[in-house]
Design a binder for this molecule. Structure first.
Ligand code: XMP
Length: 563
C-alpha cells in the first residue's frame, strides 16, 4: 500500500490512479492527517502531492510535526512532488523561494550519473531495516556500468534506480510551479536537472527521500508512470497484487463478516455502479440482499421495467422490485429551482422510500443496511484538502443521508474508480451491456431540468433524451462516449417557424463527453451528421422544443452535469 498525502493539487487523484494501474493499492489522505491514522495505514511508501500554495504562507498546509519523526524512525521511503518537494525541503531545513515567473509547460529532464560511492550508498539504503516490520521486495540486480550505449539519448545504467527503465535521457516532463527550492536540505543532492531548474529531481540517497519539481502523474510527462513504478516497486518494495479478482474475493469475505445474519436493501438505478454493487452483494450474501428500483418519475424513457428485466437477466437469482413514487417526487419538488435543494429533497425522499420498501417487503425496520454505489472520486471530493480539488457539489452519496435514517449505509465500492468498478463487473461475470452503460446520476433528470421540475417538462426532456441516445447508438458513437444526455434549459424560449406558424418554445442542450474517470472530461467531437439528425429529430418529434444546442465545454472548468 502506498499513501498519498494531499496538499490540494488538482492532480492528486491521478497519483492514486497511477499507483493502482501499476497494481499497488493507494489511498489519498489529507496532508494534515494525524500520525496514528498514517501509522495504521501501514504504507510501504508515502507520496506528498503538489498543491497551489507557498510553503511560507500563513495559510499553507503542512504535515503534522510528528510525521517527520515517523518517517525518520521507520525509514519510510518518501516522494515529494512539486509542493511536496517544497514541503519536504522546508521541513528538513532547506530553502524555498518564490520565483518571479511561474514555470508552466514542458521541460527536458537530464538525469545525472551517480559515482561509485553514491551508488553504494543508495544500495545500502535499499537493504535498510524492513519498513513497518514488512520486509521490502528484493531489488533488481545492479546495473552494469560497462554496458556500451550506442544511442546517445539512451539512459545510462549509472543513473539512479528511480530512473531505470526510462527510455530517453533527456526525457520530457511537465512543470507547473511558482516557487522553487533554492537550497537543498542537508543530505540531499540533485540527481536530475532541467535547463531552468538545478533541483528538478533531488534525493537523500541514504534515507530514500526523493523530490520532483515536475509532475510525473500527468500524461504530459512522457515517462512519468515508469518513474512512479520505480519508486513504488523498486524503492518502496511494494508488491503489485491489487487487481479486481483479489478485491472481489476479500470484499465479499469482509461483507459476509460485517453483515452476518442481517439483511441489505439495495438502491438500484440500473447504472453500472449500483449494478456491480448488487452483483457483489448477491454473490456474497444471496437471499439476504434485496434490490429496489424507485421510479421517481425522473428516470429515462421506459427505464423502470427495462432495468428490472435486465438486472434479472444479468444477475440470475437477484431479488429486485420496482416502487412507483412518481407523484411523491413531483409533489416534493414543486417550485424548487436550486440544484442543491433538489438533491437534498431527492436524497431525503429516497430514504423514505427505502424505509417504506423495507416495511412492504417485511424486512426488519432496524438493524439492516442500505447499499449505495459510492465511488472513490466522491470520497476524494469529500475529504480533499481545501484547494482546487475541494468539494464542488454536495452531490453523490457521501454524507448526504438524513439523521433519522434507520438503515446503516454500506458502500462496498467506495475505494474504487469507475474503470475499476467496470473491471470488477466483468470479473463478476456481468454482461458487457450493463458494465459499459453510461452512468446516470441518482437525482436523475431532476438535475438536467434546469429550473422548475414538472411532470410535463420531465416528459419533454425524456423524449429528447431518448432520441439522442437512439441516434448515438445507431451511429456507433455510444461506446466512444463516457456519458451523454440532454439538458432542458430554463426560461429560455425562442422563436421558431414550424409549418406556417410561429412557435415560441423551449431550448435544450445536448451534452456528450469523453472520459475514463469522470474527474476530467473532454467534450466529445460528435460527427456533424449525427448532430444534424439529433437536432432535426428532436425539433420535429418533441412538442415543446424548437431549438437544440451542443455543449462544447470540458471538465474542468465545467462539470459534466449542468447542475
Ligand atoms: P460532475 O457533474 O460532477 O459529474 O462533473 C461527475 C459524474 O457524477 C455524476 N453526478 C452525480 N451522480 N448524484 C449522483 O449519483 C449526483 O447528484 C450527481 N451529480 C453528478 C455525473 O452524472 C457524472 O457521471
Amino acid at each position: 500500500r502506498i499513501l498519498i498525502l494531499d496538499f490540494g493539487s488538482q492532480y492528486s487523484h491521478l497519483i492514486v490512479r497511477r499507483c493502482r494501474e501499476i497494481g499497488v493499492y493507494a489511498e489519498l489522505m489529507r496532508c494534515d492527517t494525524n500520525i496514528d491514522d498514517i501509522r495504521n495505514f501501514s504504507a510501504k511508501g508515502i507520496i506528498l502531492s503538489g498543491g497551489p500554495y507557498s510553503v511560507y504562507e500563513e495559510e499553507a498546509p503542512h504535515c503534522v510535526p510528528a510525521f517527520w519523526q515517523y518517517v525518520d524512525q521507520t525509514h519510510m521511503p518518501l516522494l515529494g512532488i512539486c509542493y511536496g518537494l517544497q514541503e519536504m525541503t522546508y521541513a528538513l531545513k532547506g530553502k524555498v523561494s518564490a520565483s518571479a515567473k511561474r514555470e508552466y509547460g514542458h521541460a527536458e529532464l537530464m538525469m545525472k550519473e551517480l559515482n561509485a560511492e553514491e551508488r553504494k550508498l543508495d544500495n545500502q539504503a535499499n537493504h535498510s531495516p524492513a519498513v513497518n516490520g514488512v520486509p521490502t521486495a528484493p531489488r533488481d540486480s545492479e546495473p552494469d556500468p560497462n554496458q556500451v550505449h550506442d544511442n546517445p539519448t539512451a539512459v545510462s545504467p549509472n543513473v539512479h534506480r528511480l530512473f531505470q527503465g526510462l527510455v530517453h535521457n533527456p526525457t520530457r516532463v511537465w512543470m507547473s510551479h511558482g516557487d522553487k527550492v533554492t537550497q537543498l536540505a542537508p543530505g540531499f543532492q540533485a540527481i536530475a536537472v532541467t535547463p531552468s531548474s538545478e533541483y528538478a529531481c533531488v534525493a537523500h540517497l541514504e534515507k530514500q527521500m526523493f523530490g520532483l519539481q515536475f509532475h510525473p502523474e500527468v500524461t504530459h510527462t512522457d515517462e512519468g508512470t515508469q518513474l512512479i513504478r520505480n519508486f513504488i516497486l523498486k524503492i518502496c518494495g511494494a508488491v503489485p497484487s491489487w487487481n479486481m479478482k483479489n478485491f472481489a474475493h476479500t470484499e465479499m469475505e469482509r461483507l459476509r463478516r460485517q453483515i452476518g445474519e442481517r439483511h441489505v436493501l439495495g438502491a438500484l438505478s440500473g447504472g453500472v455502479d449500483s449494478t456491480v454493487a448488487a452483483a457483489l452483494l448477491h454473490k456474497a450474501i444471496g437471499h439476504k440482499f434485496h434490490g429496489v428500483l424507485i421510479d421517481t418519475g425522473l428516470l429515462r424513457m421506459h427505464e423502470g421495467p427495462e432495468v428490472i428485466q435486465r438486472l434479472k437477466q444479468h444477475i440470475p437469482g437477484l431479488q429486485v422490485d420496482c416502487i412507483d413514487a412518481t407523484q411523491e417526487f413531483f409533489d416534493a419538488l414543486k417550485g424548487v429551482t436550486d440544484p442543491e435543494k433538489k438533491r437534498k429533497i431527492i436524497g431525503g425522499l429516497f430514504i423514505e422510500c427505502f424505509e417504506k420498501a423495507t416495511k412492504e417487503l417485511h424486512l426488519p425496520v432496524e438493524g439492516g443496511f442500505l447499499l449505495q454505489g459510492t465511488l472513490y472520486p466522491d470520497v476524494i471530493e469529500s475529504i480533499s484538502f481545501k484547494g482546487p480539488s475541494a468539494t464542488i457539489k454536495t452531490h453523490h452519496n457521501v454524507g448526504g443521508l438524513p439523521a433519522k435514517m434507520k438503515l446503516q449505509v454500506l458502500e462496498p465500492l467506495r475505494e474504487l474508480f469507475k474503470d475499476e468498478v467496470r473491471a470488477l463487473g466483468m470479473e463478476l461475470g456481468i454482461d458487457r451491456s450493463s458494465v459499459w452503460r453510461h452512468p446516470f446520476p441518482g437525482p436523475g433528470l431532476a438535475i438536467r431540468i434546469l429550473g422548475e421540475i414538472t411532470r410535463e417538462r420531465a416528459d419533454i426532456l425524456r423524449q429528447a433524451d431518448d432520441i439522442f441516445l437512439d441516434e448515438i447508438r445507431k451511429s456507433g458513437d455510444y461506446d466512444k462516449i463516457g456519458q451523454a444526455f440532454v439538458v432542458l434549459l430554463p426560461d429560455v424560449k425562442s422563436v421558431g417557424v414550424m409549418g406556417d406558424s410561429r412557435t415560441y418554445e423551449m431550448a435544450c442542450c445536448i451534452r456528450a463527453v469523453a472520459t475514463s474517470d469522470f474527474m476530467t472530461a473532454d467534450w466529445y467531437h460528435m460527427p456533424y451528421d449525427v448532430l444534424a439528425r439529433c437536432s432535426s429529430r428532436i425539433i420535429n418529434e418533441v412538442t415543446g422544443i424548437n431549438r437544440v444546442c451542443y455543449d462544447i465545454s470540458s471538465k474542468p472548468p465545467a462539470t459534466i452535469e449542468w447542475e
